[in-house]
Design a protein around this ligand. Structure first.
Ligand code: BES
Ligand code: ZN
Length: 876
């Protein structure tokens, strides 16, 4: 038994001898003073002998003299700031069983977008404060003392005391409201069992619109006063998603109401608080006139994602953050399912390959981490909200679903939700349910994907009548790691009707061609009309490297348009990754890209353009003499499709064609295509005169803004000033982000610095800094890095959140391509590194070294120049 509070110091997990059952919380935010006071009465179950209660508190003043446990005052109260722990010690052992601890506390409404914080908004031309919470991952403890770990589920009964005229929302519906003078006391219904990180409060002035699900759950969207029309789209997607998930998980939405609300200062994109989902403006609000097709998709995906969490995450919660991917990977995967059903014309599952691509790209770094990763301190937890938990997580789920079959998979998920409702689960609990339901060796299979970092590349080679396969861990630095996986393989030969499914269990395997090829037509997968494609529709989380013969067959199949969109994407993505890792020449990548020049589909071209832009960047440093020609070649590849869509929207065109136009215009501007840049500038000037001009719809604005910024310089800065003027005049978050994303994309170094300094002013919300950072171009990378070093102290203070500070690191460091720079960056950070961005820093440095290595290899490619010139001359 612990004898002194000191014994709890330095422990990152709370002891379990006393657990909360029910919180009765009263909070009084003072929006003018930006402070709050509160009191808590927490019913706890004491299950083992103890003299102590050990819980979390951070940046709170807990009034020690107010603390009682069943009327008994403590003998000692200690707060360990570093560990964010509050230890309350009593003179005697606490009786086993239930008791209530009460205490009073005060805190500040901070401006760091975490815990209980204030956000600012304009109301009738005046700046006002609202009070908002953001508790995930471990910041509920900044609002009230609590057992702030996901497995300590309890019931919450909240009461707020706020100015009478304000709207005050929490997870549950209001049961009672009493007005006394300028203040009102609002009491909410008690919640079901839930984790602390999902508790939420929002207090401010809002309007709402309302609808309801088929089951009668009331759904509302709250917006700034007068802007409810911008909430309609999200409301519609929200209601449809809830109806869909209820069927998919075979479990009704667990709460009596669902509110969704736009918050002007918001660190993430959105947060799934139980019954009160918060969003940044741009992820919730959609305006027919002002938003782009891509904004629309983002809103739909975000709403579908957060509402999926109401089951996957809120009803069933990960037992500890190591299993975060159960929350995020699943919500991401399920959101595609919902959006696919609501907007079938978006080809959403093909767009899902964007997620798989980001997962594969990050997980090819030695500095990646396993999906299930040990985490302890709060700052480590924040750092795993990354592409591994989200994108790799979602992708391995898709892989498993495709291996098990959609129906069996859904049934098993529904039983998992039922079994663990109002409780917590670990990754292995899910595997167990899936095994039980399907009889397949799910645990053995999936453990290789979730407990080990990285993924394999499968080398495929034809040897006589056999297709030989061998796996090795794929790493972008060209080495091959130690991993082996159980790989769900699929392959087809000459036609999608002729396919085979099997598990690759060991290092290598071979299959007889006649096992899966209709031998008369198949021609061993290499003849003019035949091909062998592994990883059909890219359902597997791995890459494939084909031997030359097979690769040539596939290149022909791409040219002849024989492949599915997903396979078209997989081939170009794998080929790019293999080039980066120097497993294949840039020359052969360019030849392959050339096979896509007649492609006209958005989903495929979005990957082709991303590869083109990657090639463009590296060639600037790798082959300065040739880089102009490479640019011309890349432009030529995109031009056919770009000419087809043009600048002007066409009546009745599809959502994806609108997306395509926006994508191609932007890519052509980035590649420096003179005509597109000139046309962008021309249209920008028309738009400046008439903000409603149909000549520059929201979808094309980013391209025009970038075109303007590409031609701005210190001596001719009118374009920059005009963009700032639009920025200042608009109140639309999406429009603001388009402008912020363009400002730093200027070849003139002084303007880049000016844009970065502008980012530090009050005119840019801290939540939006990453847009500016994302715009930094190759020409700006040196000044941006110098700027970051100069402003580092201010930056870490202002952006403490792991994801935001990681954005700073990533955007300024990753563009470098030399060992010398990598060394310089390491030197700067050796005394400054913190757990919240340590991995992001290591990953950025690794990327720099990977580029450096790639450049060396490109320099020694004998046929590069000749191939570029030959491809440039080829007829379209
Ligand atoms: N649970 C997260 C929000 C979050 C992120 C909390 C990081 C704490 C740290 C939320 O469900 C989420 O995943 N939001 C995404 C949007 C989604 C569409 C992928 C986001 O914020 O980007
Ligand atoms: Zn999420």
């Amino acid at each position: 038994m612990a004898e002194s509070p000191e014994q709890f110091r330095g422990q990152s997990r709370l002891p379990r001898f006393a657990e909360p059952l029910r919180y009765d919380l009263l909070l009084r935010p003072d929006l003018a003073a930006c402070t709050f006071s509160g009191s808590a009465a927490v019913a706890v179950a004491v299950s083992a002998p103890t003299r102590f209660l050990v819980l979390n508190a951070a940046e709170l003043s807990v009034d020690g003299s107010s603390i009682r446990f069943q009327d008994v005052a403590p003998t000692v109260v200690t707060q360990f700031e570093e560990d964010e722990i509050l230890v309350i010690g009593f003179g005697q052992e606490l009786p086993i069983g239930e008791g209530v601890v009460t205490m009073n506390f005060t805190g500040t409404l901070n401006d760091q977008m975490r815990g209980f914080y204030r956000s600012k908004y304009d109301y009738n031309g005046e700046s006002r404060n609202m009070a908002v919470t953001q508790f995930e991952a471990a910041d509920a403890r900044r609002c009230f003392p609590c057992w702030d770990e996901p497995a300590f589920k309890a019931k919450f009964k909240l009461t707020l005391e706020v100015p009478t005229e304000l709207v005050a929302l929490s997870n549950m519906p209001v049961v009672k409201e009493t007005v006394h003078g300028p203040l009102k006391t609002v009491c909410y219904e008690e919640s079901p069992l839930m984790s602390t990180y999902l508790v939420a409060i929002v207090v401010g002035l809002f309007d709402y619109i309302e609808s309801s699900t088929l089951e009668g759950t009331k759904v509302r969207v709250y917006t700034q006063v007068g802007k409810t029309s911008q909430g309609k789209f999200a409301l519609d997607v929200g209601v449809k998603s809830l109806d869909l998930y209820k069927d998919y998980f075979a479990t009704p939405y667990p709460l009596p109401k669902l509110d969704m609300i736009a918050i002007p200062d918001f660190s993430a994109g959105a947060m799934e608080n139980y019954g009160l989902v918060t969003y940044r403006d741009s992820a919730l609000l959609y305006d027919e006139q002002l938003s782009s097709a891509s904004n629309k998709q983002q809103v739909a995906i975000t709403v579908a994602h957060e509402l999926a969490h109401q089951w996957f995450g809120n009803l069933v919660t990960m037992e500890w953050w190591t299993h975060l991917w159960l929350n995020e990977g699943f919500a991401s995967w399920v959101s595609y399912l919902a959006v696919e059903s609501i907007f079938p014309e978006w080809n959403n599952w093909t767009q899902f390959l964007d997620e798989t691509t980001s997962g594969l790209r990050l997980d090819a770094l030695a500095e990646s981490h396993p999906i299930e990763v040990e985490v302890n301190h709060a700052s480590e937890i924040d750092a795993i909200f990354d592409s591994i938990s989200y994108d790799k997580g979602a992708s391995v789920i898709r892989m498993l679903q495709s291996y098990l079959g959609a129906d069996r998979f859904q049934k098993a998920l529904a039983s998992y939700i039922k079994k663990y409702a109002y409780s917590n689960a670990k990754t292995e609990d899910l595997w167990a349910v899936l095994e039980e339901e399907t009889g397949e060796p799910v645990k053995d299979l999936m453990t290789t994907w979730t407990k080990q970092q990285g993924y394999p590349v499968i080398f495929a080679k034809l040897n006589g009548q056999y297709l030989e396969l061998e796996q090795a861990q794929f790493l972008s630095d060209g080495s091959s790691g130690p991993g082996t996986w159980i790989v769900p393989m699929t392959s087809c030969c000459g036609s999608y009707d002729v396919n085979k499914k099997f598990l690759l269990k060991g290092k290598a395997d071979k299959i007889h061609i006649k096992d899966f090829a209709a031998s008369q037509t198949a021609d061993r997968g290499t003849g003019q009309n035949s091909w062998i494609k592994l990883n059909i529709d890219q359902t597997g989380f791995y890459r494939v490297k084909y031997d030359d013969e097979l690769a040539a067959g596939l290149e022909n199949a791409v040219k002849a348009n024989k492949l599915s969109l997903m396979d078209m994407i997989g081939i170009v993505e794998d080929s790019y990754a293999l080039s980066v890792a120097c497993k294949q020449t840039l020359t052969s990548l360019l030849r392959l890209l050339n096979a896509y020049r007649h492609e006209s589909d958005y989903t495929v071209l979005s990957h082709v353009t991303s590869v083109c832009l990657g090639v463009n960047k590296i060639s600037t440093d790798a082959t300065p003499d040739l880089s102009r020609d490479i640019k011309q070649l890349l432009i030529k590849l995109l031009l056919l499709a770009a000419k087809r869509v043009g600048w002007d929207p066409k009546d009745g065109e599809s959502h994806l064609d609108v997306m395509l136009r926006s994508l191609l215009l932007l890519a052509l501007v980035k590649l420096g295509h003179d005509e597109t840049i000139a046309e962008g500038i021309r249209r920008f000037h028309i738009f400046l005169e008439d903000r409603k001009s149909p000549l520059l719809p929201p979808d094309n604005r980013k391209a025009a803004y970038l075109a303007v910024m590409r031609s701005v310089s210190t001596s001719s800065r009118a374009g920059y000033d005009s963009l700032l003027k639009i920025y200042r005049e608009t109140s639309e978050a999406q429009e603001k982000s388009r402008i912020l994303g363009s400002l730093s994309s200027c070849p003139d170094k002084d303007i880049v610095v000016e844009a970065l300094n502008f980012m530090l002013t009050d005119e840019v919300r801290n939540q939006d800094a990453f847009y500016v950072l994302g715009g930094i171009s190759l020409e700006g990378r040196e000044v941006a890095w110098a700027w970051l070093q100069e402003n580092w102290d201010h930056v870490v203070k202002t952006w403490p959140s792991s994801s935001l500070i990681s954005d700073f690191i990533n955007s300024t460091i990753s563009p470098f391509t030399s060992e010398e720079r990598a060394a310089e960056v390491s030197q700067f950070f050796c005394t400054r590194v913190k757990p919240s961005f340590e991995r992001a820093l290591k990953q950025s440095l690794e990327r720099v070294r990977i580029s450096a290595r790639w450049i060396e290899s490109i320099k020694s490619e004998p046929n590069l120049a000749q191939t570029v010139h030959q491809l440039l001359l080829e007829e379209m």
